[in-house]
Design a protein around this ligand. Structure first.
Ligand SMILES: Nc1nc2c(c(=O)[nH]1)N[C@H]1C(S)=C(S)[C@@H](COP(=O)(O)O)O[C@H]1N2
Ligand SMILES: [Mo]
Length: 256
């Protein structure tokens, strides 16, 4: 049983011990959407017989994992960056559907909606976003399904945007709703990370439909599924908003 950790070194050790198993378990969960009772018994050292007990243990582990990761997250640590020559071509597409099903958002009349703890909730056009200071990055995207790829994204630092619209930066979460059924939320520290951007371009071109037109949130310090595409709204909130995969048992923090 885990008792209250007393210091950072101990926290670090706990995280080291817990992470590989959690990551493996989550990987299996993600792929199969189910987990054998045997595996959980091995992992927890106690016998679990009912689906409710399995869910309880998973929820507890995930809660613990969020807490440890949040405590260890260094808001100043930068994700590794790469050169143009390292870019993966073609960059893979991924979603919970086939590429031909990717939602086509009409640029005419598009406005990014704002909600929650934001003082100016006036919706934003793509032209207005393009007029804010832009930043680009060549970083690695890691999908929990077991692949990674290096790509180049450009756009507005989410921090700049949140400041600009008067978001409450002390709130806990930033939540995104997408043009498909996807939704996703970030802890405020990750939302304000210097490499977290509202990506409007891929490879210096307007973001193509398959990579998330009109915009995706690029978060190189988090796994791929924490990078929502086709953003329609941004909400700042203190109420835990969850996420598409997170609500199916996947770890919410998923930092890397
Ligand atoms: N709206 C939306 N965003 C999404 C997803 C999705 O299905 N819908 N899939 C996520 C996952 S699991 C991955 S790996 C990346 C894939 O992004 P890519 O198509 O640019 O490689 O998008 C993430 N964001
Ligand atoms: Mo993914």
């Amino acid at each position: 049983m885990i008792h209250k950790p007393v210091n950072r070194a101990e926290l670090r050790q706990l995280a080291k011990d817990a992470r590989p198993e959690l990551v493996n378990l989550q990987r299996r969960l993600f792929l199969k959407q189910s987990v054998g009772l045997g595996a959980l018994t091995l992992l927890t050292g106690c016998s679990v017989e009912t689906p409710a007990a399995v869910e309880g243990i998973l929820a507890q582990m995930s809660h613990f994992n969020n807490w440890v990761q949040g405590a260890l997250f260094n808001p100043n640590r930068l994700a590794q960056t790469f050169s143009e020559a390292d870019i993966t071509k073609p960059f893979p597409f991924n979603a919970y559907y086939a590429q031909s099903q990717a939602p086509v958002v009409n640029r005419v009349g598009y406005k990014l909606e704002l909600a929650g703890l934001i003082s100016d909730k006036t919706p934003w056009t793509l032209e207005q976003l393009a007029a804010l200071p832009q930043q680009s990055q060549i970083t690695r995207h890691c999908c929990v399904e077991g692949w990674s790829a290096i790509g180049k994204w450009g756009g507005v630092p989410l921090r700049t945007f949140l400041q600009r619209v008067g978001a409450d930066m002390r709130a806990k979460y930033v939540h995104f709703k997408c043009a498909d059924d996807y939704y996703c939320s970030l802890d405020m520290a990750s939302a304000l990370h210097p490499q977290t951007i509202i990506a409007l371009t891929y490879a210096d071109q307007e973001l193509p439909v398959q990579y998330g037109f009109p915009m995706k949130i690029r978060v190189p310090t988090k796994l791929g599924f924490k990078n929502p595409k086709h953003i329609m709204s941004v909400m700042v909130t203190n109420d835990y908003p969850g996420g598409y995969w997170e609500d199916q048992g996947y770890n919410w923090f998923s930092g890397m």
